[in-house]
Design a protein around this ligand. Structure first.
Ligand SMILES: C[S@@+](CC[C@H](N)C(=O)[O-])C[C@H]1O[C@@H](n2cnc3c(N)ncnc32)[C@H](O)[C@@H]1O
Length: 282
């Protein structure tokens, strides 16, 4: 889905990465200056000092790693668990809160694709604006696209057409999600905020009763426990709480061993699905 990354990736021979605007024609660091004019991604280059650089197309991973952030973003390992355990798929509609810097939003939008949609709530306008820049940098929203609840409804006809056409599949909203979720018949609700248990009842109303799923990310076990209690109380089933630890393995000629550096604890992920409550015969 995310095709218009609007950036190119330069990697030096030490593996240091530089995310550059598409129109940058020259680049320099301590390894020398490289001329990028007319050079296509997928090329190897030499600097004036004779060092090697590689010009590549960035992946979403490269872009998210380098993007502007005002708050802590979810790490890929945790995002991977949310996407896979909830089975988030092409064409689905996801409600997310809070948007934060938009890292998770980018992966969610990529998973649901052009036929799907992500509606993302954020209560702090200054964070929503940073997220809008990040989302625009990967072509998921138009630059300056309206944030519902913040900007006037001056949406251009062209923008309406583009949205209807599925060109931009993220809708940003300002709002406190503990006060309610406006959308209905949603496939997945994803929460990364301090008190998700206060949103569970609203999520239940918003979710499709046949296939609705929820994912909650929280750093503390007490938050996970309160979330699980709320999920049980408000009619969810298949409740599962996990933590994901990733260990890099260093492989050299001497041998292979786990890296002494490791990302320790980040958070717990609670996933569940809606438990049907009525015998709804056709
Ligand atoms: C940790 S950040 C989310 C980071 C995001 N998942 C990412 O990967 O970039 C949590 C965000 O939730 C927002 N937030 C907290 N409570 C909220 C609420 N009740 N409604 C909407 N947003 C909320 C905060 O302002 C903050 O931006």
């Amino acid at each position: 889905m995310v095709k218009t990354l609007r950036k190119k990736l330069l990697v030096d021979e030490r593996g240091k990465k530089y995310l550059l605007k598409k129109d940058v024609e020259r680049f320099g660091n301590d390894l020398g200056v490289v001329d990028l004019k007319g050079i296509k991604e997928g090329s190897v280059l030499k600097s004036h000092k004779g060092h090697t650089f590689y010009l590549l197309e960035p992946t979403i991973y490269d872009v998210v790693k380098k993007m502007k952030r005002r708050v802590t973003t979810l790490l890929p390992k945790d995002i991977g668990i949310i996407l896979t355990y909830c089975g988030i798929a092409d064409g689905e509609t996801v409600v997310e809160a809070g948007t934060g810097s938009g890292a998770l939003t980018i992966y969610l939008a990529n998973a649901v694709g052009k036929r799907g949609k992500v509606i993302t709530y954020e209560k702090r306008p200054e964070f929503a604006k940073v997220a809008r820049e990040n989302l625009a940098s990967v072509g998921l929203v138009r630059r300056g696209q309206r944030i519902i609840g913040l900007d006037e409804d001056d949406i251009l006809d062209k923008e309406r057409e583009e949205n209807e056409d599925g060109l931009y599949n993220v809708v940003q909203k300002i709002g406190d999600v503990t006060q309610g979720i406006e959308e209905r018949d949603i496939d997945v609700v994803v929460l990364d905020l301090p008190d998700p248990w206060n949103v569970v009842e609203h999520a239940k109303k918003a979710l499709n009763k046949a296939k609705g799923r929820i994912a909650i990310y929280v750093p503390y076990i007490e938050q996970a426990k309160k979330s699980v209690e709320a999920l049980k109380k408000h009619g969810f089933m298949e409740i599962r709480t996990v933590e994901c630890l990733v260990r890099d393995i260093e492989i050299s000629e001497k041998g292979a061993r786990p890296s002494p550096r490791m990302i320790g604890h980040t958070g717990y992920i609670v996933v569940a699905r809606v438990k049907p409550e009525n015998d709804d015969r056709e």
